[in-house]
Ligand binder design. Structure first.
Ligand SMILES: NC(=O)c1ccc[n+]([C@@H]2O[C@H](COP(=O)([O-])OP(=O)(O)OC[C@H]3O[C@@H](n4cnc5c(N)ncnc54)[C@H](O)[C@@H]3O)[C@@H](O)[C@H]2O)c1
Length: 259
């Protein structure tokens, strides 16, 4: 899938990894649909339009809502014009920490667990099913390709830490869906990939105290620092343009293995 002239919908585009990916694609000549719950998404799209011409639109939508995401995809297909929607980079997600038992031995809150799974896992399925429907009717391109879906997992899918039952399970679900989704959508010429980032410098991580950031950086074999959102965006760009990448989850983590 070429970036220049194609249209991409990016969820979680108001912040962090999604915002950096939207910028990278706009810079590469793509039209971008920035989708997020947060009002900041308008500002983000306006910033891209100022820098790169009228390339971006903003859509407010909750990734867990069938109706709101259908509207977001309708807008994206319309924004794509004759070529329709070329791909989706799904970055919206939440982090959560809760132990099974707290210090007093009380069990964890069940609704909080379900909320994380609803946003990170069910939200990903919602995005994938609507993305597939929006792209299956595209005119086939080189190699009969019609589209690409990039989901965002986490290294917590593999090396979950204490307190990450909900987050790890939700991201492991994202990993688990990659291959069956890629297999199913192959007949439509739609690829499905996932990126599993290590620890990245984004607003999601801004609450971590400086000494914890230093310790996490030291725990990365190489390079000894947190990842930058631009590095995620760069991998997303490579996945979009490299048609052989399909049905795989790529760790982007400086080879850190969480304890
Ligand atoms: N930053 C990291 O270290 C890291 C590591 C591994 C995985 N990830 C994953 O990467 C993705 C992006 O994270 P980030 O670091 O850019 O975080 P971030 O908090 O900077 O951005 C996440 C965005 O998602 C949006 N969002 C949250 N829930 C939503 C919903 N229901 N509907 C629509 N939008 C919603 C938020 O408003 C926010 O703009 C997440 O899925 C996260 O789990 C991040």
């Amino acid at each position: 899938m070429q970036i220049q002239g194609s249209t991409f919908l990016i969820t979680g585009a108001a912040s962090g990894l999604g915002a950096a990916t939207a910028e990278r694609l706009a810079q590469g000549g793509a039209r971008v649909v920035l989708c997020d719950l947060s009002d900041k998404v308008e500002q983000q799209a306006a910033g891209l339009n100022e820098k790169y011409g009228e390339v971006a639109i903003a859509v407010h939508a909750d990734v867990t809502s069938a109706e709101q995401m259908q509207q977001a995809f309708d807008s994206a297909v319309a924004h794509g014009g004759e070529r329709g929607l070329g791909g989706v980079i799904h970055c919206a997600g939440v982090v959560s920490v809760a132990k099974l038992l707290d210090r007093q031995g009380n069990p964890a809150d069940l609704d909080a667990y379900a909320r994380t799974v609803q946003i990170n896992l069910v939200g990903t399925f919602n995005v994938m099913r609507l993305a597939a429907a929006a792209m299956a009717g595209n005119a086939p391109g080189k190699d009969s390709e019609r589209g690409v879906i990039i989901n965002t997992a986490s290294i917590a899918a593999f090396d979950g830490q204490v307190g990450q039952c909900a987050y790890s399970a939700s991201k492991a679900g994202v990993v688990g869906m990659s291959l069956p989704a890629a297999r199913e959508l192959s007949r439509h010429g739609i690829r499905v990939m996932a990126i599993a980032p290590g620890v990245f410098e984004t607003p999601m991580m801004s609450d971590i105290p400086d000494d914890a950031v230093a310790a996490l950086s030291q725990a990365v074999p190489f390079p000894k620092r947190l990842g930058k959102a631009e590095e995620f965006a760069s991998l997303a760009e490579q996945i979009i343009t490299n048609t052989m990448l399909n049905g795989e989850v790529i760790r982007l983590d400086g080879s850190i293995r969480m304890q």
